[in-house]
Design a protein around this ligand. Structure first.
Ligand SMILES: [Zn+2]
Length: 405
C-alpha cells in the first residue's frame, strides 16, 4: 500500500470487519460514517462540533469546489485542510455523480463530459485528467477516480458501457496522477503564515503528504458486471481501498444488498471498502453486515434542515404539533450536545420561529447519531455479537411508524 496509508482488520464477525484505516491526517476506526462537507463545510456545523461528536473523517466534493470557490484558490490558500479548518482525514469525491445528476446539458464522450454548471450555467469539461488536477489542488487524503455514473434502473447495456468506461477512465486517472506526482511536490507546498492560528500543532506541517486514489466499482444492479469490474480493477494495481459507486440511486434495497454480497468475495479483505452516498441508519447496519467499512451521505444534515431527526425508535419530524409541549430530548439515549441540553418542545419552537439554531441542533444530533451507530457496530463486531445487535437495533428502529411525512 502507498506509504502513509494502512488498513488493518482487527476483528471480524461474519462478513463484517472492525479495522483501522491510517492516513496522513490521522486514523479512522472502521466501520465509520463520513460527515459530508460538500462545499468544504458540513452544513451548519463547525469543525469543533464535528470533533466533539466524534466524527473522524469528512467528505468534500470536487465538482462543487471547482465551481465555487475554485480548486486553484483553495490550493493557493494552502489546501482544503487549512482552508476549512479541519486537520483530520478528508476524502474528495470526484464529481462524477454530480456531473451526471446536477449539471445540465451533458455530453458524454470517451474523452470526458461537457456540462453546464448548476450555479451559473457556464460551460465546463471534466476529464479523468482534469479531475485529478482538481483533486490534487484540493489536497484530500483520499481522492476518488472520475467515473461514469448512471441511474439505478439503467438497462444492462447502459450499465456495461458506463462500467467499462469507468475502468478506462481509472487508467487515465492513474497516468495523470503519476505525471503530477513526478512533477515534484504538490502545488500547496508553500503554506501561508499560520501565525494567526490559535495553536502551534494545528494545522499539521505536512503539506507534501501523499494522496491515495480509490477506484470506483460501477455496474448498476448487474452482479456479473460488478464482479467483472472488481476483477478488472484489481488486475490494474494494488489499490489502497475500493469505492462502490452507483448504489442508492433509485434501485431497490434488495438489489443494493445483493450487489454488496456479490462483491464481498471479489474484494481483498485487507483493504477498506467505501459504499458511496449511502447513509440512512438501516443502510449503514445492512452495509456493515455485508463487509462495508466506510459510508457517507448528506441525509443527516439535509434531513436536519427539514426538521427530521433520527432516534433509536425511528425518525421523527420535530415540526409536528405533538412535540409542542414535549419536554424530552430528541432521543432519550443520545448524549449529543443537542440532546444533553434541549427539549423537543424547544427545538420545535426554534423551527416554528425559523430560528437558525434549530437547523444546527438537528444537524448536529443526526450526524452524531450515525457516528455513534457506527461506534456501536464496531463494538458489536469486536464482541462477536453483530448478528444479535443488528437485529435488535433494526427491530427497534422500525418498531414505530415513521412520522417524517
Ligand atoms: Zn442527540
Amino acid at each position: 500500500m502507498i506509504e502513509h496509508f494502512s488498513f488493518a482488520v482487527e476483528d471480524a464477525d461474519g462478513r463484517a470487519r472492525a479495522g483501522r484505516f491510517g492516513m496522513p491526517h490521522g486514523v479512522v476506526e472502521t466501520p465509520a460514517f463520513l460527515a459530508v462537507g460538500t462545499l468544504a463545510t458540513v452544513k451548519a456545523l463547525d469543525p469543533e462540533d464535528l470533533r466533539e461528536l466524534g466524527a473522524q473523517m469528512i467528505l468534500a466534493n470536487a465538482y462543487h469546489l471547482h465551481l465555487r470557490p475554485g480548486d486553484e484558490l483553495i490550493r493557493d490558500l494552502g489546501g482544503l485542510h487549512l482552508f476549512m479548518g479541519w486537520d483530520g482525514p478528508i476524502l474528495t469525491d470526484s464529481g462524477g455523480f454530480q456531473v451526471f445528476s446536477l449539471a445540465t446539458l451533458r455530453t458524454v464522450a470517451e474523452d470526458g463530459v461537457e456540462f453546464r454548471s448548476h450555479v451559473d450555467g457556464s460551460l465546463h469539461q471534466f476529464t479523468p485528467e482534469s479531475v485529478m488536477q482538481i483533486e490534487r489542488n484540493l489536497g484530500a487524503d483520499v481522492i476518488m477516480q472520475f467515473d461514469h455514473v448512471i441511474p439505478g434502473q439503467s438497462d444492462e447495456a447502459a450499465a456495461r458501457d458506463a462500467c467499462e468506461r469507468s475502468v478506462r477512465w481509472l487508467q487515465r486517472c492513474v497516468a495523470e496522477l503519476n505525471r503530477l506526482r513526478a512533477g515534484g511536490p504538490p502545488p500547496n507546498t508553500t503554506l501561508p503564515s499560520r501565525a494567526h492560528l490559535p495553536t502551534t500543532e494545528f494545522p499539521r506541517p505536512t503539506p507534501t503528504y501523499p494522496q491515495s486514489l480509490f477506484p470506483i466499482i460501477q455496474g448498476g444492479i448487474y452482479d456479473h458486471l460488478r464482479r467483472d469490474a472488481a476483477r478488472a480493477i484489481r488486475d490494474l494495481d494494488d489499490w489502497p481501498g475500493f469505492g462502490i459507486g452507483g448504489l442508492s440511486v433509485g434501485e431497490s434495497k434488495p438489489d443494493m444488498y445483493r450487489i454488496l454480497e456479490s462483491l464481498d468475495g471479489e474484494l481483498p479483505r485487507d483493504r477498506p471498502r467505501y459504499l458511496m452516498g449511502v447513509g440512512f441508519p438501516e443502510d449503514l447496519v445492512e452495509g456493515v453486515r455485508r463487509g462495508v467499512d466506510l459510508f457517507d451521505c448528506v441525509a443527516p444534515t439535509r434531513m436536519g434542515r427539514n426538521g427530521a431527526a433520527f432516534s433509536r425508535d425511528g425518525r421523527l419530524n420535530i415540526k409536528r404539533a405533538e412535540y409542542r409541549t414535549d419536554p424530552r430530548p430528541l432521543d432519550e439515549e443520545c448524549d449529543c450536545a443537542a440532546c444533553r441540553r434541549f427539549s423537543r418542545a424547544y427545538i420545535r419552537h426554534l423551527f416554528t420561529a425559523d430560528e437558525i439554531l434549530g437547523l444546527r441542533l438537528l444537524s448536529l444530533h443526526n450526524v452524531h447519531f450515525l457516528v455513534r451507530l457506527m461506534r456501536g457496530a464496531r463494538a458489536a463486531i469486536r464482541a462477536g455479537t453483530l448478528d444479535a445487535w443488528s437485529h435488535e437495533w433494526l427491530a427497534r428502529y422500525h418498531s414505530r411508524p415513521v412520522t417524517t411525512e
